[in-house]
Write a protein that binds this ligand. Structure first.
Ligand SMILES: NC(=O)c1ccc[n+]([C@@H]2O[C@H](COP(=O)([O-])OP(=O)(O)OC[C@H]3O[C@@H](n4cnc5c(N)ncnc54)[C@H](O)[C@@H]3O)[C@@H](O)[C@H]2O)c1
Length: 484
């Protein structure tokens, strides 16, 4: 098989196999062809990976931040040098067009490795002077063994967004990719070793949810960082709570984009396209509820339809193609099911939504207009290319409706009125907000959700706090006064 890795798992600096685990077939979404077969981790493999991470952690944490950072920065360089090869793997794993994977996957992973590699040497505690000469100093310490569990939409990026800050702080990691896209995390592990990471610092094991669940409850694990759906997040958070483990939860969303009648329509249409159809709509922060002011609704829809006529759907390896298949048959059927629901609920399908016949999992991008708040397509995360356009008349009304959701991942506003833009983002109940753009996630900025969309933040200096803790040391310069 064309993309068969050397083995399923990467533990203690090398590939490890155990073919007695349940098979995991890797399917190329463009053709439905099986391109690799891996195996889920058995209890023995899980144990081996956790032991390897546990044994490596103290020595890794004892290295200077400069040394740890150097490893991460070298890994970033290697990833960039191999960007094309890594992007080809990512495209076969996910179905995302090469045009996208060349710029948004290994490159984003490399950004995280470079950024946290750069920060590693500057991670410190602080000195806190007290009265009478006493003082406190704090020591920033690693948490220990961290578990990363990934979703299937950005496999390389997720492996690095979790691994880079964890390793920068002196933790070690066991990463479990999604069973749907198991290939690229192995590449990340291999590259880290090539860059000088000691054995056992970054391990990858494959598996379904049960393997993730075993990792979360293991007493050797100090922290769990999950990217996944809200239902999985609930289970993982609850299981981690039992062991009082640290958690980061990057979960789903149903984010709003508000387009006022003074907005630059071309930019707003571009934002809505990026915020709904990039990666065939399989992006957690997508702005799938597009609230458009009544006065410009038809102009917005006309321009959107004109722009969508230029979408190039097809072979994701063709660099001209900008819209690929969905990741799996199952995900395609979920999206098609929502298109049917939307029609049945009385929304007006103004564009696409049709399955493209063939072996691949292709569906045209879909735009619904006249969507109302209570329709399932406006309430539930679809995780596919289905945009809902809703009308509004006043700012007050649209704010209440935009926030009327259990999710709180992202939100965007398009307007030329800057005062209004800042008022709107102040009122958004969402972790990541955009003014006159949408869906950018640079490593320098915190990324994460409010409400049911998650806990904690990835990227930026904030991620350091989620992968380390402070030890407080009180130093007395005086005699100890006791009452008796
Ligand atoms: N907020 C973010 O940064 C972000 C980014 C990408 C995707 N997502 C979300 O991810 C979802 C799509 O990804 P998915 O379908 O892979 O999600 P999912 O919740 O089905 O699976 C996520 C991961 O959790 C594992 N898992 C499942 N059950 C588990 C359990 N009981 N214990 C431990 N691990 C378990 C899976 O094997 C997989 O690796 C969407 O809801 C999307 O919004 C969020």
């Amino acid at each position: 098989m064309r993309f068969q890795p050397k083995a399923s798992h990467f533990i203690n600096g090398e590939y490890v196999d155990d073919t007695t685990g349940a098979p995991i077939d890797v399917i190329y979404p463009a053709t439905g062809e099986v391109i690799a077969r891996l195996h889920s981790a058995t209890p023995q493999i899980i144990d081996q990976a956790l032991n390897s991470a546990k044994s490596a952690q103290a020595d890794w944490a004892a290295m200077s931040g400069t040394e740890r950072g150097r490893v991460l920065r070298r890994a970033a360089d290697i990833m960039r040098e191999r960007n094309r090869d890594l992007s080809i793997i990512e495209t076969h794993d996910t179905g995302k067009p090469l045009q996208e994977t060349l710029v948004a996957d290994a490159t984003s992973g490399a950004d995280a490795l470079e950024y946290f590699g750069g920060l590693a040497a500057s991670l410190t505690g602080e000195h806190i002077p007290l009265g009478g000469g006493d003082f406190v100093y704090t020591i920033r310490e690693a948490l220990g063994v961290c578990v990363g569990i990934g979703a299937w939409n950005y496999p390389t990026q997720i492996a690095c967004w979790k691994g880079a800050p964890a390793l920068a702080c002196g933790n070690t990691m066991v990463f479990k990719p999604s069973e749907t896209t198991p290939l690229s995390a192995l590449q990340v592990a291999e590259i880290l070793v090539e860059a000088g990471a000691p054995k056992g610092v970054y391990n990858v094991i494959q598996g379904y949810g049960d393997v993730g669940a075993s990792l979360v409850t293991d007493p050797r694990v100090a922290k769990v960082s999950l990217t996944g759906s809200v239902p999985t997040g609930r289970k993982v958070y609850a299981a981690a709570a039992d062991g009082m483990k640290h958690v980061t939860m990057e979960l789903g969303g149903k984010s709003p984009i508000i387009v006022f009648d003074d907005a630059d329509i071309e930019n707003a249409v571009s934002g809505a396209i990026l915020g709904n159809f990039y990666s065939s709509g399989q992006v957690c922060s997508n702005g799938t509820r597009v609230f458009v002011h009544k006065g410009i609704k038809e102009a917005f829809l006309d321009r959107l339809s004109q722009r969508l006529a230029n979408v190039k759907i097809g072979d994701p390896m063709d660099e001209e193609v900008n819209f690929g298949p969905m990741v799996s048959e199952n995900q395609m059927n979920i999206a098609l099911g929502y298109v049917e629901k939307g029609k049945a609920e009385g929304a007006r399908l103004v564009y696409g939504g049709v399955r493209i016949e063939g072996d691949g999992f292709y569906i045209q991008p879909a735009v619904f207009a006249d969507v109302t708040d209570e329709m399932a397509i406006a309430r539930e995360e679809i995780f596919g290319p289905v945009m809902s356009v809703l009308d509004f008349e006043t700012e007050e009304e649209v704010m209440a409706r935009a926030n009327n959701t259990e999710f709180g991942l992202a939100a965007g506003v398009f307007t030329k009125d800057l005062t209004r833009a800042h008022r709107i983002v102040a009122a958004f109940e969402a972790g990541t907000c955009y003014i006159n753009t949408y869906n950018l996630a640079p490593v320098e900025a915190p990324f994460g959700g409010s409400k049911m969309s998650g806990v904690g933040r990835e990227n930026s200096k904030l991620a350091i706090n989620h992968f380390s803790e402070m030890k407080t040391v009180y130093v007395s310069m005086n005699d100890v006064e006791a009452p008796y």
